[in-house]
Structure formats: structure tokens, C-alpha cells
Design a protein around this ligand. Sequence first.
Ligand SMILES: Cc1cc2nc3c(=O)[nH]c(=O)nc-3n(C[C@H](O)[C@H](O)[C@H](O)COP(=O)(O)OP(=O)(O)OC[C@H]3O[C@@H](n4cnc5c(N)ncnc54)[C@H](O)[C@@H]3O)c2cc1C
Length: 417
Amino acid sequence: MIKNTNIKPSYDCIVLGGGPAGSTAAALVAEAGHSTLLVEREKVPRFHVGESLMPECYWTLDRLGVLDQMKSSDFVKKYSVQFVNGNGKESQPFFFEKHDPRECSQTWQVERADFDKLLFDNAAAKGADCRDQTRALDIEIEESGEHTVTLQTGDDEPVTVSTKVVIDGTGQSSLIANKLGIRQEIPELRKAAIWTYFKGAAREPGQHGGATVILHTETKEAWFWYIPLSNDITSVGLVGDAEFILKSRPTPGDAYCEELGNCPAVANRIKNAEMVDQFRVAKEFSYVTSQHAGPGWVLVGDAFGFLDPVYSTGVFFALKTGEMAADAVIEGFEKGDLSAAQLGKWTDEFKEGVNWLRKLVETYYSNEFSIGRFMKNYPQHQGNLTDLLIGRVFYPGAGNIFNDLDPELAAVKSTKM
Ligand SMILES: Cc1cc2nc3c(=O)[nH]c(=O)nc-3n(C[C@H](O)[C@H](O)[C@H](O)COP(=O)(O)OP(=O)(O)OC[C@H]3O[C@@H](n4cnc5c(N)ncnc54)[C@H](O)[C@@H]3O)c2cc1C
């Protein structure tokens, strides 16, 4: 039986959730010398959706010291992304190295169980007290800044632990945001996803074989992701409005198969493949939080907010927020300032970067607008667009493409009305 007897009565920092956001934050805070407890409710490794990384993950992975492990892993190397429209027309692949020849332009397609375990173990190696099968049941947030977290390991009696800082990385469970009522769904991005895994699905030869391919269905009411993983497994997922995907068909499997019939570009790629997993479902997953930090607490990763999966931004944002929040916490300990302003000092910059990708998501879902046609007319924005697809959004001018794209999009929308 698992025992929580060695959990100390108090820590400088408790991190909730052992996903990429929580493990990143815990590793960095512990490495800076602060006693840190990281709790994960599941047994590690645990399954998770979200396999395609963005190249800009590189910098946080480098800082965490795990790049060598990534390089020597079996994870499929990702050099490019490609889009296929509803008529089956393929865009030119976006090869990240053409835009920036450095090694940071190559990233990975990861089995999340293995990737997240690597980061969890890394947090332990950096000095964090890492506990899996340990659920945060509740948290009492005190204005004084001395919070208490109630934890339960396995079937043991719950224990109460005190801490100066709580970093919430509980993902879509959003423990603090739900408790404080600060989580708001984005109604226009009320989506659902149905996905499964195939063995022996088609792959392009060479480097492009590692690409994420995003394919619209013929009616453009939904799209598929196509993510090549190791051992000849491919993750193939369907995304669309929750109402359309789930309500109008008897089962998720029916919806998936019907939309496959509506997307020959995917159906052809998997026609000789064997389905090797069940259908899995996620729904209504895009939301924001109206407050991101308070005295002695801060949100990271999906607990902070979640943008649609079309550009594979989730893990990058999880790593980035984990890093930015950890820096704010470490500086806060140095200055003796664990106020909301200190712990959340990075959030405006972060949200500005996210905003450019949110606008790109809106563009993707604006079915009447062709980004391909736009790029033909505005080739000067090619670099800017590739930066967005790489995740390079935290610099002045990262959103320059929207100076021209916004008016074009508005014009198309007004013609349609
Ligand atoms: C359909 C879909 C497709 C996606 N595809 C991609 C993709 O291709 N690429 C990409 O980058 N992102 C993708 N994402 C997003 C990605 O999965 C997430 O953004 C990412 O996992 C966020 O990491 P995190 O650490 O914030 O949260 P998580 O990875 O969800 O980790 C949170 C952890 O907290 C634990 N936890 C929850 N509550 C408690 C508690 N009370 N006590 C203790 N532990 C707790 C959970 O068990 C979990 O392990 C996708 C998301 C969806 C919905």
C-alpha cells in the first residue's frame, strides 16, 4: 500500500499536477533551493492526449536539462507541419529549418505517458519531493499567504500540508480556478475531439514523415489531426463543434467513421492500417481564467487556460508558463514578496503571445477565408506566419501579420453577411 507518511508538514512551495506545466515549475523552484512538493493524482506514467510539440519547446527543455534525453529517445522527430483543405489540396509543408536553420527548429511527436514521466522524474532529480497517486482534495487560500493543501495518497487518511506558495498545474481540472469561480469557457470554441491510434498508416518518406498534418473535412465542419508516433503508430483525431460532433450521431465511433467518409485525404492514409485502440473523447475544452495569480498562488498550463488544439500549442504553453511562473516564484522568495503582482508579473506578456495564436485559430475556423490565398498576396508575412507555427510569439512584432490579415478577414466576413 502507498503511504504518505514521509510528506512533510510544510513546504516552501506545493505544485499541484504532474503534467508538463507542474513538473517544469517544480523542477525549477526546487533547483533554486526551495523545498518543493509535486503531487500527481494518477500513477506515473499516465496516458494523456496532446502528442505534437511546437519547436519553441526547445528552450524550456534545454533549461530543464532534458534535451539529451529527448535526442536519444524513440520519439519521432518533427520537422514540419502541413495543412490539407476540404478539397484535398495540400499546402506546401512548412519546414521549420528553412525559416531558422538552428537545431531548435526540430521538435518531437511524443507519447505523453513517456514524455510527462521524463519531466516528472526530472523534477525529482532536481530536488522536488514528487508523489504520484496523491490527489489534492482541497486548498485553503489564506490572504496571509500561509495556505493549506489537503492531500490524499492512495487509500490513506488525508493529510494537511502548509505552504507559502501553491502553483496550480492541475490541467483541465483547474482546481483553484474552479474553486474561485474564475474559469470562463469560450463559447465559440466549444469543441469536441474523438481520436484513436492506427498501426501501419501511411507516412511520407524522409523528414516530412514526422510532420503533423491538419486536414479539413469536405464540408469544413470538422478537421482531423494526423500525428506520427514511434513504433509505426499514428494518432488520428477528429475535432469539431461539440454539438455537431457528439449530439447528431449515436456514438463517437459513428461520428468518427462518418467524418472519415467525408475526408478522403485521411481515409486514404489509413486504408491499409489497423486500428489499435478504442475511440477516446474530449469535449468543450477551450477556456480562459479571469485571474491568474493571487497572494501565494499562481496558475500554469491548462489550469491557466486552454486554446484549441489545432496548432498544437498546449504543451508549449504548459512548459512556458511553468518556467515563467517558477521564475516569478523564485524571485518572490528572494525579495520576500509573494503578492499577486509578483507571482503574476509575467502573465501580461504571456497573454499577448497567446493572443496571436488565438487570432490564428480564429482564422482557421473562418471557413470562408483562405490563408493560402492571403499568403500569395502578402508573401512578406511568410516568416511571421512560420514564427507563429513554431510558437515564436514572445517578441515585439510577432503579430505583424494581423495588420494585413485582420482587414482581409473582416472584408470576407462582411461580404458573407
Ligand atoms: C483534443 C486535444 C488535443 C490536443 N493536442 C495537443 C497537441 O497535439 N499538442 C500539444 O502541445 N497540446 C495538445 N493538447 C493540449 C495538451 O494536452 C495540454 O495543453 C497539456 O497537457 C497541458 O499540460 P498541463 O501540465 O497544464 O496539464 P496536464 O498535462 O493535463 O496535467 C495536469 C495533471 O494534473 C493532474 N491533476 C488534476 N487534478 C489533480 C489533483 N486534484 N491533484 C493532483 N493532481 C491532479 C492530472 O492527473 C494531470 O496529470 C491537446 C488537447 C486536447 C483536448
